[in-house]
Ligand binder design. Structure first.
Ligand code: HEM
Length: 412
């Protein structure tokens, strides 16, 4: 039987629960090009990092479309909204990101995120209290999903009663982030995603108009009313930025919290330590972003001129997949990389990417996950996994369990 291509092995659901042996094999050919029209796969830490900082690598949706990736193009380009700054290059990227940053946190408003610490704690407490007398929960549905969704809605200023609507719109958008590997189903996924994006856009348009007329203390109001040195965002830019923030803040943080509890339950000594010292959550979260990163790869880059990597010339117009999760366990960079070790002194992971597109929501995601894991560790009595490995979601890019059954003996 012919050996399945690495690209297929990465996206193959069979490998979802443990993709790391595939990444180990992938790293043996750090610049891998398997099919004429296919992407170049980059898997070593230093190469990924360098390319994330290289202006010859474009994130522009239009370049990606020209390189033949219809799937990713359609999700962004249609549905009536222009591409968000995730899918733009400088100078547009920088202008929009700066305006968004002014509304989000540093440098002008470091308070917006830190100021939510108390609210985050309250949401976590409410969700854990909601387990009631149960002795078994699904961490995903009962905690890891509702928590970040509630937080991002509060932050943006989306009314609480509308939060449930988002699930039906956001889920298809997240599913559409899966790269096209020629295995079918893409056209349907894209169609559903386009419709969802349009509905979400229409819903937000109304809200944004309200906030333009009557600003409140929330991010939507700041986005629509910002008049700094970079000027104002157009209405369409406000909408595509808001959709980006809603989507980016969803599945990623859900998966970090879920991967986090899964990993801690597999390493009970660290769970016990965290229970006794919530301060350890800072290092635990960083090591999780290295060891089990929710974004496994960045499949949306195009070379806009020839680039040489390790003696291989990647021609202009090629697509590139940067396999962050492989770089995170690269023995060239990390000592004993297959070991989960929150005590390692140096955890400069690629979990949030790097360079100009590095995660905009990182301070929020970090704080949410630190609070979530330390509170779960503190309050669940004798927790244990119901099933290991748990069932995973299809998505190979945003990877995480669909359910995580945890049995426990009561709440503290
Ligand atoms: C970008 C990971 C949570 C907003 C990124 C990128 C990664 C990432 C790897 C780089 C993508 C690229 O280079 O193309 C994560 C992880 C998260 C998380 C692992 C949770 C654990 C969030 C949250 C938000 C957010 C909560 C919003 C509130 C963004 C945005 C970008 C981004 C807007 C695009 C930045 C740019 O293009 O300049 N994220 N993210 N992320 N993230 Fe996150």
């Amino acid at each position: 039987m012919p050996h399945a291509s690495m690209l297929r092995q990465i996206t193959d659901f069979e490998n979802r629960a443990n993709p790391y042996p595939v990444y180990e094999e992938l790293r043996r050919t750090p610049v891998l090009h398997e099919e004429e029209d296919g992407p170049y796969l980059i898997s070593s830490y230093y190469d990924i990092k360098a390319l994330l900082h290289d202006p010859r690598i474009s994130s522009d949706a239009a370049n990606l479309a020209a390189a033949g990736d219809d799937a990713l193009d359609q999700a962004e380009e249609t549905g009536g909204l222009p591409p968000s700054f995730l899918r733009l290059d400088p100078p547009e990227h920088d202008r929009l990101r700066r305006i968004a940053n002014g509304a989000f946190g540093p440098p002008h408003r470091p308070r917006r995120i830190e100021g939510m610490r108390g609210q985050m704690r309250d949401i976590v407490t409410e969700l854990i209290d909601g387990f009631g007398d149960a002795r078994q929960i699904d961490l995903v549905d009962q905690f890891a999903y509702p928590f970040p969704v509630t937080v991002i809605c509060r932050l943006l200023g989306v009314p609480r009663e509308d939060e449930p609507k988002f699930r039906t719109w956001v889920d298809p958008l997240v599913a559409s982030l899966e790269p096209d590997t020629g295995q079918g189903g893409v056209a349907d996924r894209q169609k559903t995603a386009r419709e969802a994006r349009m509905q979400l856009g229409m819903y937000l348009a109304e809200l944004v108009e309200e906030r333009a007329r009557e600003p409140r203390d929330d991010m939507l109001s700041d986005l629509v009313n910002s008049r700094g040195p970079d000027g104002a965002m157009t209405m369409m830019e406000v909408l595509s930025t808001s959709v980006l923030l809603l989507i980016a803040g969803h599945e990623t943080t859900v998966n970090l919290i879920t991967n986090g509890m899964l990993t801690l339950l597999r390493h009970p000594e660290h769970l016990r330590r965290l229970r006794e010292d919530p301060g350890l959550s800072v290092n635990v979260v960083e090591e999780l972003l290295r060891y089990e990163p929710p974004v496994q790869l960045v499949p949306q880059r195009t070379c806009i001129s020839d680039i040489e990597v390790r003696g291989v010339t990647i021609p202009k117009g090629s697509r590139i997949w940067l396999v962050l999760a492989a770089g995170n366990r690269d023995p060239e960079r990390f000592k004993d990389p297959e070991r989960f070790d929150p005590d390692r002194g140096d955890i400069q992971h690629l979990g949030f990417g790097s360079g100009i597109h590095s995660c905009f929501g990182a301070p929020l995601a970090r704080l949410e996950t630190q609070i979530a894991l330390s509170e779960l560790a503190r309050r669940l009595e004798s927790p244990r996994l119901v099933e290991d490995p748990p069932p995973y979601r299809q998505n190979a890019v945003l990877r995480g369990p669909r359910h995580l059954g945890i049995a426990f003996e009561g709440l503290r």
